[in-house]
Design a protein around this ligand. Structure first.
Ligand code: NAD
Length: 249
């Protein structure tokens, strides 16, 4: 049991085939008490109950500072501590540079980047008091290779921002023993593309992956488990690629 008695908040974990849900299942199987935080309360509660006894489902929009703070207070009132935060909530949009409207830009940047900041700001004081913690932030291979998978340039920018934010927080809060690390998944088979990716495009991507397949949500969950657990106790500020070799650099 790598996470026995640890309390882990995972944002965006209600999506049934998503990375957050797979991470929630993986963490629960390793002894964690899991908090599923997502937009819809009923969906979050249902996802939490499917993990078994002793888990919690809460509604919060990660772009809303008050909602984020309320959710974190609820977790503290329920479990008394927070050991792990996975900043997983994210959205994307397949558009090109000249098609990005200001509202598209705001939406994509807000959920992916501002949400990561707000959630981190809410849990850091708790982790400081406890003497440490682990925060895992979902970036993307799109940040490293300049998109070209599915999301638009604003998504690449948001996810590149997540990398910078994660590294800067790792530097700032290392002395508090709070570790911040980023995951950069390649193309993972989930619902984030909303079925909009065409088969021909998918096959072209697979042809360029040395391991010869798309990623599974569990592949990312297992990497998150490593970063959440004490197995990675001396790692902070790292970027862990989970991409089947799509980007070897
Ligand atoms: P998904 O669409 O299956 O799940 C995303 C979840 O985030 C949903 O449950 C959604 O309700 C939630 N969410 C959206 N906006 C929110 C908000 N404002 N507040 C709270 N929750 C919100 O997506 P996924 O593929 O599992 O992606 C998870 C993360 O991994 C995202 O950050 C994504 O950018 C990143 N990622 C995914 C891939 C991929 O190929 N699937 C690749 C690289 C990175």
């Amino acid at each position: 049991m790598l996470l026995k008695n640890k309390v882990a908040i995972i944002t965006g974990a209600a999506s049934e085939r998503g990375i957050g849900r797979a991470t929630a299942m993986c963490f629960a199987s390793q002894g964690a008490r899991v908090v599923i935080l997502d937009l819809d309360e009923a969906a979050a509660q249902k996802a939490a109950s499917q993990l078994g006894e002793g888990h919690l489902g809460l509604a919060a929009n990660v772009t809303d500072p008050d909602a984020v703070q309320r959710a974190v207070t609820h977790v503290i009132n329920t479990f008394g501590r927070i050991d792990v935060l996975v900043n997983n909530a994210g959205i994307t949009q397949p558009v090109k540079t000249l098609e990005i409207s200001v509202s598209d830009y705001n939406r994509i940047l807000d959920v992916n980047l501002k949400g990561t900041l707000l959630m981190s700001q809410a849990v850091i004081p708790v982790m400081q008091k406890q003497g440490g913690g682990s925060v895992i932030c979902l970036s993307s291979v799109s940040a490293q290779r300049g998109g070209g998978i599915f999301g638009g340039p604003h998504y690449s920018a948001a996810k590149a921002g997540v990398l910078g934010l994660t590294k800067a927080m790792a530097r700032e809060f290392g002395p508090d023993q709070i570790r911040f690390n980023a995951l950069t998944p390649g193309l993972i088979h989930t619902d984030i593309t909303g079925g909009l990716m065409q088969d021909a495009r998918r096959h072209a991507i697979i042809d360029a992956i040395p391991l010869g397949r798309l990623g599974r949500a569990e592949d990312v969950a297992h990497a998150a488990l490593f970063l959440a657990s004490d197995l990675s106790a001396y790692l902070t500020g790292i970027t862990l690629d989970v991409n089947g070799g799509m980007l070897i650099h």
